[in-house]
Design a protein around this ligand. Structure first.
Ligand code: SAM
Length: 309
C-alpha cells in the first residue's frame, strides 16, 4: 500500500488519534499508554502496530520495555498527517482527561528518580552507583588535560604514563628497573602509543634535557629516592618556565614492614618536609593536601603536592 494511503488508514480511528496526540508530548511505553487511556494492552498494541506500519510512529527497546514516539524523521506528508491528527484529537472529548493523566504519569516518572536520590543524598558519594568510579572520573579529567610534555619519574610499568600518553604531546617514563622499563616499553608499543618513551635512569638524575618538559609527575616514587630533596631539585631543572610538578606519595606513617614488603626507602613524608624541599628547589604556588585515606589498617594516607616551577 502507498504511504499516503497507509497514513490515512492509520489515522481513520479515534483511538489512534488519541495515541498520536499523547506521543506528541512524550515517548511512552505500552503500560503508560494503557494507564493514560484506560484501554487494554492488546488493544493499545494493535493500534501501535498499525501506526508503526504506517511510518508515523517509531519504537525503541529499553531492556524488557518498548517505548513509542512520533517519527520525527518521516517525510513532509507524514508530518502534515501527524499535525492534522493532533488537531483532530484536540476536538475529541477524551483529549483533556488524556492530557491530565499524561501529566500525572510524567510527574510520577520524575518523582521515582527523585525519591531515590532524595533517599541517598548525603551518602551518595560514598555508596555504589552504577558506572561511577574513580577510574571513570580519571578518564574524564584526562580529557581536559592540555597537550603537555610529561616526565613520569619512577613510572613503574607505566600505568599512569599510558593514561597520560592518550592525551599528552609526549610522555617520558623513567625508571631504574630494567624489567619495568622493558615491560612498559613493550606494552606501549603493543598499544600503539608512539608518544610514550621509556628510559632507564635514576629519578634523582633523570636522563631528560633541562627545561624540556611541562609537567613532572612523581607517583608513589619519591619515597624510593635515596635523597628526596635532590630528586625534587632535579625535577625543577627539567621544567620549562611555568611548568608544574605533581607528587603523589604517602603521608608519614609508622608501618615499618613497608621497607620489606614494598621496598620503600622512606615511611612516607610529613607535608612540612615536602613543602620545605619544594620551596628550597625554587618551586612557587605550593599546595599540599591529604587526598585519600585507606579503610584497611595501617590506614595509609595519600598526600598530593603540586607546585609551579
Ligand atoms: C611504587 S612504584 C610506582 C610506579 C608508578 N609511578 C605508579 O604510581 O604506579 C615505584 C617505582 O619506582 C621505581 N624506582 C625506585 N627507585 C628508583 C630510582 N632511584 N630511580 C628511578 N626509579 C626508581 C621502581 O622501580 C618502581 O617501578
Amino acid at each position: 500500500m502507498q504511504n499516503t494511503l497507509k497514513s490515512l488508514r492509520a489515522l481513520a480511528d479515534a483511538t489512534r488519534l488519541r495515541i498520536i496526540a499523547l506521543l506528541e508530548r512524550e515517548e511512552l511505553s505500552v503500560n503508560e499508554l494503557q494507564e493514560v487511556t484506560r484501554m487494554g494492552q492488546s488493544r493499545i498494541s494493535t493500534h501501535l502496530g498499525l501506526l508503526q506500519e504506517s511510518g508515523l510512529v517509531r519504537s525503541r527497546r529499553d531492556g524488557k520495555r518498548t517505548f513509542y514516539k512520533l517519527n520525527r524523521d518521516a517525510d513532509v506528508v507524514a508530518q502534515e498527517f501527524i499535525q492534522l491528527a493532533v488537531r483532530g484529537a484536540r476536538e475529541m472529548p477524551e483529549y483533556s482527561s488524556d492530557q491530565i493523566n499524561l501529566k500525572r504519569i510524567l510527574t510520577r516518572r520524575n518523582e521515582q528518580a527523585q525519591v531515590y536520590f532524595n533517599q541517598v543524598a548525603g551518602r551518595f558519594d560514598r555508596s555504589y552507583g552504577p558506572g561511577r568510579s574513580w577510574q571513570a572520573f580519571g578518564h574524564l579529567l584526562l580529557r581536559i588535560l592540555p597537550p603537555l610534555v610529561v616526565a613520569d619519574l619512577g613510572s613503574g610499568e607505566g600505568l599512569l604514563s599510558e593514561l597520560l600518553a592518550r592525551r599528552a604531546k609526549k610522555v617520558i617514563a623513567v625508571d631504574n628497573s630494567e624489567k619495568m622499563v622493558g615491560f612498559g616499553a613493550n606494552k606501549a608499543k603493543k598499544n600503539g602509543l608512539k608518544n610514550l618513551e621509556f628510559r632507564l635512569g635514576d629519578l634523582e638524575d633523570p636522563p631528560i634535557d633541562a627545561q624540556s618538559v611541562d609537567l613532572v609527575i612523581l607517583s608513589q616514587a619519591l619515597h624510593h629516592a635515596e635523597n628526596p630533596a635532590r630528586t625534587i631539585q632535579s625535577a625543577h631543572r627539567l621544567l620549562r618556565p611555568g611548568g608544574q610538578i605533581v607528587i603523589l606519595d604517602l603521608l608519614k606513617h609508622n608501618f615499618e614492614q613497608a621497607h620489606e614488603l614494598y621496598g620503600d626507602r622512606w615511611l612516607g613524608f610529613a607535608d612540612s618536609d615536602l613543602h620545605c624541599w619544594l620551596e628550597t628547589a625554587g618551586f612557587k604556588k605550593i599546595e599540599i593536601n591529604v587526598v585519600a585515606r585507606e579503610e584497611e589498617p595501617p590506614h595509609f594516607q595519600t598526600i598530593l603536592a603540586g607546585a609551579e616551577g
